[in-house]
Ligand binder design. Structure first.
Ligand SMILES: Cc1cc2nc3c(=O)[nH]c(=O)nc-3n(C[C@H](O)[C@H](O)[C@H](O)COP(=O)(O)OP(=O)(O)OC[C@H]3O[C@@H](n4cnc5c(N)ncnc54)[C@H](O)[C@@H]3O)c2cc1C
Length: 388
């Protein structure tokens, strides 16, 4: 049986996120884009109404939502502004490896407090010399008594400047490739954690992206997430949960570009008629609608699979690759529909085109998604569809 209907709870979540985007995000998104201000007030409100930390288990006071629930919420938040959405949803990204790999004591110490008070956290994997090639990271964690000593640098870490703690991927054995990697929860206030300046990015201007350096940072050994050597496995397992959400984020941005384009095309006149009455424009709109629908279904499917206990790596990569590329295409086409006004910062689609590009880069680039998809195809797995 295939059923695309949302439950009453999911509809309520969607409506809550949609209202939040309409009332709290959209009115401020142009200002945030122009100033690059961090949307702290919006995040606090999002936390208060339950739009953050969606997957924390009930035994720790969280809502223990499914990935599909997050996907439904994330479309609406990204429709509002993907810079704000990235800031809000970064907690889910940082929590993902911890919820996958940490024991209950560690969760009690670092995760449970996030349900009582507003806290931001970050996911620190990428380094100056290694992004796609996660196994190529060089941050080391060396055991000394009951502690590990961390040294190294991370790059492009979302929410680094505002976070209480970070999930940090390290090498505990530099000679063991991806099997020598271990993840830690690092308190951002620990001596030796140096947070860099806020980066000036092309889009998602209000999101906080920074480099982080670790200089002889002492971490209690019980802040290791999972077992020594399990870091790579845990970080990759986390992507299965987070990629459907990034994919739907791209759908949300594309939907915004589409809605702006439809409104504009139905009001702008050229040669004595609205531009939408030209097939050359209406076909652009039709293709936008087609691709947004396809992207939403792929995102929903990849989330549904993992929620229901199926391996979703292949489908999550397909969803992420399709939606990111689709979003860039749709936003670029939206600029085209707006003509000269599309190229101007006073009109909304210029921001969307800048914002869209990051979806092809973070959480695994579009090329890396194709590497994963190709591996499944070459191994003879995946293309026959999920084995339900
Ligand atoms: C705004 C922003 C926010 C981010 N947030 C975070 C965060 O919170 N935490 C975090 O850990 N990281 C974060 N990142 C980092 C992001 O995940 C990496 O930038 C991304 O994984 C790519 O890594 P890289 O930049 O080192 O590029 P590289 O890995 O150097 O890749 C450069 C180019 O080569 C291509 N390439 C690389 N290998 C292959 C291959 N095998 N086949 C084909 N093409 C290949 C890539 O697709 C890309 O086009 C963020 C980045 C940005 C820009």
């Amino acid at each position: 049986m295939i059923d695309f209907s949302l439950t009453e709870e999911q509809k309520a979540l969607r409506d809550m996120a949609r209202d939040f985007a309409k009332n709290e995000i959209i009115p401020k998104s142009a200002h945030l884009d122009e100033t690059g201000e961090y949307p702290m007030d919006i995040l606090k409100k999002a936390w208060e109404i339950g739009l953050m930390n969606l997957h924390i288990e009930q035994k720790f006071g969280g809502p223990e939502m499914h990935d599909l629930d997050e996907v439904i919420i994330a479309e609406e938040l990204n429709f509002g502004c993907s810079g704000v959405a990235t800031a809000i949803l970064a907690n889910n990204l940082a929590l993902a490896p911890v919820l996958v790999g940490a024991d209950d004591d560690l969760k009690k110490k670092f995760v449970e407090p996030m349900t009582h008070e507003f806290r931001l956290v970050a996911y620190a994997v990428t380094e100056p010399g290694a992004g796609s090639d996660v196994a190529g990271i060089r941050t080391t964690a060396v055991r000394k008594g009951d502690e590990y000593i961390l040294n190294g640098s991370k790059q492009w870490i979302t929410n680094a400047g505002v976070s209480d703690w970070m999930f940090v991927l390290t090498k505990t054995d530099i000679n063991a490739g991806h099997k020598g990697m271990s993840g830690f929860i690092v308190d951002t206030k620990s001596p030796g954690v140096i947070i860099g300046k806020k980066e000036k990015n092309m889009g998602q201007k209000c999101s906080d992206t920074r480099a982080v350096t670790f200089e002889d940072v002492k971490i209690p050994k019980n802040q290791m997430v999972g077992k020594e050597g399990d870091g790579f496995k845990i970080a990759m397992a986390a992507f299965d949960h987070t990629r459907p959400c990034v994919a739907i984020g791209a759908v949300g941005v594309a939907r915004s570009a589409f809605e702006h384009s439809v409104r504009y095309a139905n009001t702008r006149s050229a040669f004595g008629k609205t531009i939408s009455s030209n097939q050359g424009i209406s076909f652009i709109l039709a293709e936008m609608a087609r691709d947004i629908e396809a992207g939403r279904l792929l995102s929903w499917q990849s989330a549904w699979l993992i929620d229901n206990g199926f391996k979703n790596t292949y489908q999550a990569s397909i969803a992420k690759a399709f939606c990111a590329d689709m979003c860039v295409r749709v936003c670029t086409d939206a600029v085209q529909v707006f003509g000269g006004y599309g190229y101007n910062g006073e009109y909304p689609v210029e921001k969307l085109m800048r914002d869209s590009k990051i979806f092809q880069i973070y959480e695994g680039t579009s090329q890396i998604q194709r590497v994963i998809i190709s591996k499944y195809i070459n191994d003879g797995k995946g293309i026959e569809g999920p084995n339900l």
